[in-house]
Structures are given as structure tokens and as C-alpha cells.
Design a protein. Structure first.
Length: 532
């Protein structure tokens, strides 16, 4: 059984339901003295795992998929209790994407990671052949956040396993019980002992231990500040990292947009998961001709939403996950209101609870100097700003230190794609937002301070491997032209080879060939007589 190792600190990690305050469980922290053993087990198990075929690895991954499908309701319930989101939210954005990930990576890893022949780039090397192979990294570290505690790490676990790696997983301290769920899913896959480990403890201690013991790569999802700290640590050992960090994601609503769809999409992508989505809508720019209509429709939908504890599918929005994040949201909103922003509409609370709830909030009369428009709020607050021209909208959208996702809303798909190409973002969707994280076939990641590297899709699988070039010679030659001994004949032959590879015309090609080939044959197949 791949149980959580008994955490990297003394004591235990305790979990409380942020919506109700209920104590829902604890996990023991992983002691420092266990880390060498964990790494040794992982490295030994990885050797055998890398030798398995893709079909054999897929078999284990599909066992995990079967467990996810058969236990979907229980998994969604634990996520809801640990994170605070609703069960509907947990099922749609976490459980289902994990099942899809098992299927897509299981069936596509071999195609993406197979050895590929690379064509010869010049006639000079007509006798050479090359192949690019994808080699597993070894032991991969995955450090995941609390906002999507299942779908973010599990997709990377599956990618790592299908690529032939061992995995050390560290989930967020705020959602440890989802870490236990991942253990149960992996156990169902019946992996070789030691191939997967769930390490429990504080993020800083775990990352330090990973670097100290030679982790081969770390995949981190979290805040910009923590990502920068991790990158600085990685620089000391030149450990590669993949960083998926924050977002301040814009939504542009053009004058020809379907306002009903745009408002529905903004409500879901902005308020879903209590706004705690790095790829959720954080800024809305609406053309001045439809601004009033959009705000009116959006306000109506915001007021219709219900927030509270998910007792009997009676709410649309759950609680926030941490008190610290709730305080950040409140501070951004209060500062904006002091600077002239206006709260137009808010959701209504269902029931009396002491949880970490913040109402879905629609805000107008904002400007680009506000924290609300520049820093990641990461909460259920949607500021709306009008624009006059597309150039202005694109400039506002790109006026950010982050570039994760974005969206354009229009009935004209051609125009929408043209505008999308101008927006700084790793993902731009047209008439939708946020959902592509759940599509295993598409790459995920951003520019600027939104991170480095990509997960998901073919690009994510490639990030789980080293590129290795294997090159060979078709001829049984004894030496190449540029090998020893060096003399004028060899020098002149290299000049001929240069012209042979880049002739002015057919006549020069024939002329250089007739002079070069005899020398090459002698050079290749005549022994080097050293006179010794």
C-alpha cells in the first residue's frame, strides 16, 4: 500500500471544513529521517517502471480511472469538505477531469513519447542518421495548491507515471484529506511498491528536502511569490522546475457579443470555486455600447446566486478555503471602494454559518491603478470596466504582470481569433473561459509572472522527460574528414565539402563531387599510418 509516510515535521497536519469549521481529520507529518529511504525506494522502483512498456503502464493508470469513476461521489464529498467548494463544483472541475486525464495520457503517451527519426540537415552528412528519444526524468516532485487539490496534482501524477517516472507528491497543508484520496486512487492502480509517495508537511520543508536529496524536477502550482522562492532554491542545484503561478485574467466583451452567454460565462468563471481559480475571470472589459446592458444582466445573475455550506445541493458557491485569502479579497475590495468603486450586486447567503464565506460581488467604476485591477484577488469579485476601441481593450488586457488565460466574447469567430492572437496569455478562449484546464489534450501554462513551462497535453508529457539524441554512422568508415591527422589535403577537402553542401549551381555540385568523393573514400577506408 502507498500510504502517506508517517510528515517532514514533527506532529501532524489537521484539516477543518472551511465552510463549517468541522474537524475532518489529520495526517501524520513525514519525518526528515524518512526522506533518504523514500528517495532510495523511489529510485529503485523507477528503474523497473521505466523498463515497462507503455501498455503496461496504461494498465495501472486505467485501474485508477476505474476507481475514480466508481467512487466519484465519495471523492467529490471529501474535496468539498476539505476545500469548501460545492460537491457539484468538485465533481465538474476535479473528479471528471481526473478520469479524462487517465484516459488521454494512457492512450496517447506512447504516440507522443516514441522515438522519432530526425532527418539529415545537409548532404555533407548523408551517411549519418539520428533519432530523438524521450527518457524519463527519474524521480519527479509535485507540489500542489489547495484551490484544486485533486485535479491539479493528479493530472501531473498520471503524466509522470506514463512517462516512466517515480513520484513524490506534496499537497497543500490546507487540504490534506484530498492527499489521502490521491493515495487511495493510486493504491487502486496497484503500482510497484515505492513508485509513489505522498509526503506530508510544510511546503518549504518539503521542497528543501527534495532539492537536498536530488529530485530530478519539481512541478509547482501556487503563488507568484512562492514560485520565485522555489526557483531561487532550484538555481543552487540547477534543478529544473515547471511553475504554474498566478493569473489576473481578462475577459473582453465586444459590441456584438451574446450578452446573455457572456454574463453566464463571467458568473461561472469568476465566481466558481469562490473565485479561487488562477485562470478564472478577474477583470472584465465591456464595449461602451453594451456596457450598461451587460452590467444590468450580470447584476441580476449575481443577486440570484446563493453562497453557503453545501448541505443538500442548496447553494451555488461554497466557502473560501483559507482565512488569509478571504482577508486579501476583503482588503482589495475595501481599497477599491475607498477609491471610488461601486458594489453593484452581491449573492445572498443561505443558512447561518461561521465559515469563510465571501459573497459573489459585482463592482463597477474601477480604474487600472486599483489593486483590484492589478493584483491577483483570487476571490469571488468581478470588476467591470468599459472600453471604446479594440486597441484600448487589448492594451488594458495586456497591462498586467501575469499572462495565464483570457477570453474574447463575440459572435464573429474570425474577429475573435484575430483579437485573441494579440492578447498576452497562455490560453485565450472565445465565448468561454477557464474550462480548458480540464482538457487533457491541451497545454496549460502562462507567460510573464504566470510561470514557466507547460503541463497537460503533449507539451506536458514532454516536460516529464529528457530529450536524448542518438546518432550513428551508416558507413563502416575508419575516420571522418575532420579527424587526425590534420594537413593541407584535409583542409582543402573541408573547403570542397562546404561548397558541396552549398553549391551555386548544378555544375559546381558535380565539380565538387568529382574532387571530393575520391578523397573521402581514401580518408574513410585507408588506415592512418602513424609511422610508429
Amino acid at each position: 500500500m502507498n500510504q502517506a509516510i508517517a510528515g517532514i515535521d514533527a506532529g501532524e497536519t489537521r484539516s477543518h471544513n472551511p465552510a463549517t469549521g468541522e474537524d475532518i481529520g489529520t495526517l501524520p507529518n513525514t519525518p526528515f529521517e524518512d526522506i533518504p529511504r523514500i528517495f532510495a525506494e523511489a529510485r529503485e522502483a523507477q528503474k523497473g517502471w521505466a523498463a515497462k512498456s507503455f501498455a503496461e503502464r496504461r494498465y495501472h493508470v486505467q485501474l485508477m480511472r476505474r476507481y475514480i469513476v466508481d467512487n466519484a461521489e465519495q471523492i467529490a464529498r471529501v474535496i468539498s469538505q476539505d476545500n469548501g467548494k460545492t460537491r457539484m463544483d468538485a465533481l465538474a472541475t476535479e473528479v471528471i477531469p481526473c478520469s479524462l486525464a487517465c484516459k488521454w495520457y494512457g492512450h496517447n503517451a506512447q504516440r507522443v513519447l516514441r522515438s522519432r527519426t530526425r532527418s539529415t540537415g545537409s548532404l555533407i552528412f548523408f551517411h549519418k542518421r539520428s533519432a530523438i528519444e524521450r527518457v524519463p526524468l527519474g524521480v519527479v516532485g509535485i507540489i500542489s495548491p489547495w484551490n484544486y487539490p485533486l485535479s491539479i496534482p493528479f493530472g501531473e501524477v498520471v503524466m509522470a507515471l506514463m512517462a516512466g517516472n517515480a513520484v513524490l507528491l506534496k499537497v497543500a497543508a490546507a487540504t490534506p484529506m484530498v492527499g489521502r484520496v490521491i493515495e487511495e486512487i493510486v493504491d487502486a492502480g496497484n503500482l510497484p511498491p515505492g513508485l509513489f509517495h505522498h509526503v506530508v508537511g510544510s511546503g518549504g520543508n518539503v521542497s528543501t528536502a527534495m532539492f537536498r536529496h536530488g529530485i530530478d524536477k519539481i512541478f509547482f502550482t501556487g503563488s507568484v511569490a512562492t514560485g520565485k522562492q522555489l526557483m531561487a532554491q532550484a538555481a543552487e542545484t540547477l534543478t529544473p522546475v515547471s511553475l504554474e503561478l498566478g493569473g489576473k485574467d481578462p475577459m473582453i466583451v465586444l459590441e456584438d457579443a451574446d450578452i446573455e452567454r457572456a454574463a453566464n460565462g463571467a458568473a461561472w468563471a469568476g465566481y466558481q470555486n469562490a473565485g479561487q481559480s488562477c485562470a478564472g475571470v478577474e477583470r472584465i472589459y465591456v464595449h461602451e455600447s453594451v456596457y450598461d446592458e451587460f452590467v444590468s444582466v450580470m447584476a441580476s445573475k449575481t443577486r440570484a446566486l446563493r453562497h453557503g455550506a453545501d448541505i443538500d445541493f442548496n447553494v451555488d458557491i461554497g466557502s473560501m478555503t483559507t482565512a488569509k485569502q478571504k482577508s486579501t479579497v476583503e482588503a482589495h475590495l475595501e481599497a477599491a471602494v475607498r477609491d471610488g468603486a461601486r458594489i453593484v450586486a452581491q449573492s445572498r447567503q443561505v443558512g447561518e454559518h461561521d465559515g469563510l464565506f465571501h459573497p459573489a460581488t459585482l463592482v463597477t467604476d474601477v480604474h487600472h491603478e486599483m489593486q483590484l485591477m492589478r493584483e491577483e484577488t483570487f476571490g469571488p469579485v468581478l470588476p467591470v470596466m468599459k472600453f471604446s476601441t479594440v486597441d484600448e481593450a487589448v492594451a488594458l488586457a495586456n497591462d498586467s504582470t501575469m499572462a495565464l488565460t483570457s477570453s474574447v466574447w463575440t459572435r464573429d469567430l474570425k474577429r475573435g481569433r484575430e483579437i485573441a492572437s494579440r492578447i498576452h496569455a497562455g490560453v485565450t478562449t472565445i465565448n468561454d473561459h477557464l474550462y480548458t484546464h480540464g482538457l487533457s489534450e491541451l497545454p496549460w501554462g502562462g507567460w510573464k509572472e504566470s510561470g514557466l513551462g507547460r503541463t497537460h497535453g503533449e507539451e506536458g508529457l514532454l516536460e516529464m522527460t529528457h530529450a536524448k539524441c542518438v546518432n550513428w554512422d551508416l558507413l563502416p568508415a575508419r575516420r571522418s574528414v575532420w579527424w587526425y591527422p590534420q594537413d593541407e589535403k584535409a583542409y582543402r577537402s573541408l573547403l570542397l565539402a562546404l561548397r558541396f553542401g552549398s553549391p551555386r549551381d548544378a555544375l559546381e555540385f558535380v565539380w565538387t563531387s568529382l574532387r571530393l568523393v575520391p578523397f573521402l573514400l581514401r580518408r574513410w577506408f585507408t588506415p592512418w599510418k602513424t609511422g610508429g
